[in-house]
Design a protein around this ligand. Structure first.
Ligand code: S3P
Ligand code: PEP
Length: 437
């Protein structure tokens, strides 16, 4: 039985919130710690379904992982060649990041693996990783159309490549770099636009020689990783829902604590500020080698903008929330260059267009974005299509609707944001859960 949410017009948001650990960093921390020499302690680990699936997979591959406390893992690394075959398929759940990065990491092992996922992940394109990995001599079979399950055969003769990436994707870049650890010679990746660089930064933290700058990365195979402790900052993408919610609900003022501020993640901050948002950065610092800050957000009257295309990769997961801000702003917002949204957990252009239209918004889909006329929202029914970010975005929209909104199929929020309902309520959201009808 799945869960619906009933979200109602809310009161001003007030107080302080701390959102869970970064999903991208948590996946990578488990992966690198698993193939390092020695034991690594991960703190701030995201207890989400996606990252727990990745941890479970490494346990299946013979890595001992302890969980002494919530959000903490001790990973007893088995070294570069210590992973062992699993008889059972490796279930990545809902996680594109898990599946794509694991495909790269497992491509150069001396044993075969099968990667599977849930209904949503089973529809997501994997050819984008299979193609470069095949050029590196990996042997990977997919279903028709390059879809999961992926059957990865043993390969002991991976070769480095010089890869010109057609789409800006940190997952594809990371898959190629992780395969490059096991390849002979040099692996180079060039991106059409810089994307999040967590794999590169974490490889360096684990002692692997790597050269990288925005838009390019280069490493050679044949080294080893040394265990290190990883302190995971709070996920900007989870903070994003509170940034938008407090911006659009009159009378709100929220403080969001110690949020990861890697510039490849904070495009939404720039977009919201262009719209007139009142968000200030306080106490900038560092956590686990990443920039962090407290973010203070106060309600402001937002106006529509044309979202600069160069911001798109830096806010790729934040468009569902941005669409809500746009639907409540004065004037027109235009999004272009964001066709990647169509191959996420759902087609996020279509699901947001449908969801917001059901609440009376004027929103027109385009092949690579949307045109949204700001205005008023009404109550009604909207479906998240099992997509965590759509569910949370619609819950924000409902805080400004004229009546309650029933949001269908919200279980998957636990993939990235366990505890969202409780945290949202604690600062003023009107949000109830109910069994699906
Ligand atoms: O590398 C990562 O951790 C991620 C990269 C992005 O995907 P793409 O690489 O497909 O753009 C993002 O949407 C996803 O949530 C996490
Ligand atoms: C796209 C996302 O994640 P993934 O690709 O890992 O499923 C997301 O969290 O918005």
């Amino acid at each position: 039985m799945s869960l619906d949410w009933i979200a109602s017009p809310g009161r001003p948001l007030r107080g302080e919130v701390t959102v869970p650990g970064d999903k991208s960093i948590s996946h990578r921390a488990i992966m690198l710690a698993a193939i390092a020499d020695g034991s690594s302690r991960i703190t701030g680990f995201l207890e989400g379904e996606d990252t727990r699936a990745t941890a479970r997979i490494f346990a299946q591959l013979g890595v001992r992982i302890e969980a002494p406390n919530p959000s903490e893992r001790i990973v007893h690394g088995v070294g570069m060649h210590g992973l062992r075959a699993s008889d059972a398929p490796l279930d990545c759940g809902n996680a594109g990041t898990g599946m794509r990065l694991l495909t790269g990491l497992l491509a150069g092992q001396g044993f075969a693996s099968v990667l599977v996922g849930d209904a949503s992940l089973s529809k997501r394109p994997m050819a984008r990783v299979i193609e470069p990995l095949t050029r590196m001599q990996a042997k990977i079979a997919a279903e028709a159309g390059g879809l999961p399950p992926l059957r990865i055969h043993a390969s002991n003769d991976m070769q480095g490549i010089d890869f010109e990436q057609p789409v800006a994707s940190a997952q594809v870049k990371s898959a190629v770099l992780l395969a490059g650890l096991y390849a002979q010679g040099e692996t180079r990746v060039h991106e059409p636009h810089p994307t999040r660089d967590y794999t590169e930064r974490m490889l360096r933290a684990f002692g692997w020689p790597i050269d990288f700058s925005p838009g390019q990365a280069r490493l050679s195979g044949g080294h080893r990783l040394q265990a290190t402790d990883v302190s995971v900052p709070a996920d900007f993408s989870s903070a994003a829902f509170f940034l938008v919610a407090a911006s659009v609900i009159p009378g709100s003022e929220l403080l969001i604590r110690r949020v990861g501020m890697n510039p490849r993640r904070t495009g939404l901050l720039a977009a919201l500020r262009l719209m007139g948002a009142d968000i200030t950065k306080e106490y900038p610092g560092e956590q686990g080698g990443e920039a962090v800050a407290d973010l203070r957000v106060r309600h402001a009257s937002l106006r529509g903008i044309t979202v600069p295309e160069q911001l798109v990769p830096d806010m790729i997961d934040e468009f569902p929330a941005l669409f809500v801000a746009a639907a409540l702003a004065e004037g027109r917002t235009v999004v272009t260059g964001a066709a990647e949204l169509r191959v996420k957990e759902s087609d996020r252009i279509a699901t947001m267009a449908r969801g917001l239209a059901a609440l009376g918004a004027k929103i027109e889909e385009t092949p690579d974005g949307a045109i949204i006329e700001g205005g008023r929202l009404q109550g009604g029914q909207a479906d998240s299509h099992g997509d965590h970010r759509i569910a949370m975005s619609l819950a924000i929209a409902a805080q400004r609707a004229a009546g309650p909104v029933r949001i269908g199929d919200c279980d998957n929020v636990a993939t990235s944001f366990p505890g969202f309902v409780e945290l949202a309520r604690s600062c003023g959201f009107a949000l109830e859960t109910a069994a699906s009808r």
